[in-house]
Design a protein around this ligand. Sequence first.
Ligand code: NAD
Ligand code: MG
Length: 388
Amino acid sequence: MSDPKKFILLGATGSIGESTLKVLRKHPDKLFLLGASAHSQTEKLSDITNEFKVPLAHLTKKPKDSTSFDPSTRLSHGEDALASLASHPEAEFVVVAIVGAAGLRPTLAALEAGKDVVLANKESLVVGGKLVTETALRSGARIIPADSEHNAVFQCIADQPHRSVDSIILTASGGPFRDLTAEELKGVTLESALQHPNWSMGPKVTIDSATMANKGLELMEAHWLFGIPPSKLEVVIHPPSIIHAVVRFIDGCCLAQLSPPSMTFAMQNALLHPHRFPGVEPSLDFAQPLDLTFHPPPLDRFPCLRHAMDALKQGGSAPLVFNAANEVAVEAFRLNRIGFLQIPHIIEEVMNNIDHSQPNTLDELLSMDRNVRQLSHEYIRSSSFASS
Ligand code: NAD
Ligand code: MG
């Protein structure tokens, strides 16, 4: 039997981090956690490094007290050290489970160093899709999709040639507000937006699911991962989240991937690819009735998805602008500064008022990302709907 594969987990304390650790607990003979990172959750990270005897730990923010870490764990902090961890010479692959555009730099660092990346962080492809995919191509590193829909597509396409794929259909649960009228959407609260009917996820992606911005980000992610033009990407509402994606081939045959709505299935597939081993959780029970219904997305009630589709068609820096404005608006909603329906409003306003440039390098992308965030904050501050 071969040695366990050494990997780095960036964003270990989050929801995807937890799913990754469940797979690791199930398969300690196949995987070895060489390094783990978090933003500021010192205790939670030290619990992880102590449980799995992780040699390298990283916190973006320098902790006040690091005594909870075992002395055998080497702790680093800061953004440069995060990029160094992502490209550590002993790592065989890197899982990027950071939330938001903060995932871009470490993703690029790993790919530049030739490390395969198991990518949950969709925002890095949304912001820097061209640079990320070109970097992977140059170094020969692979990007293995971990987002459930994209991992489903990855499984369905397998080793079929690119030319045989006609189109890709991503399913969406529709989130907690799928059946609300436009009038009812006006009154939704932060608490209700954080209650996803099917998935247990981090707060940002849960709110993105409630606005359906998440499905928009996922269309952009699919565009870069699978080299498919926007016109060949579709979204359908599939409330129970059992079918995660469908690939339609040019002969008209469609392949779909089915599993219960838990990220351990996609994570295990991505972590142990190309091998299959017993999973962490029970599979589907086909003796029970399964709801496999679909219907078109209600774009009129979920304008975030419409804005994302427009940004994807527009290309260039439009997806970056969409993402940065969305990150700022979601944060403002989480802080109760704006209402739910102001999220798409801010995105639209910022997309219409920013000077679209063509950022190519990492520095240019990060600089434009900062500018869009600044404009989004200014817009929120100056708008009459800001409550403070
Ligand atoms: P989360 O908020 O639960 O966890 C985020 C992790 O990133 C934490 O470990 C946090 O410490 C770290 N982090 C936050 N800000 C950071 C920063 N500025 N620099 C470095 N590290 C930082 O998020 P999540 O739900 O696990 O989602 C992670 C990513 O995976 C997102 O891009 C999300 O869209 C994607 N994703 C999540 C799910 C899910 O089920 N949670 C499913 C598919 C895709
Ligand atoms: Mg997803």
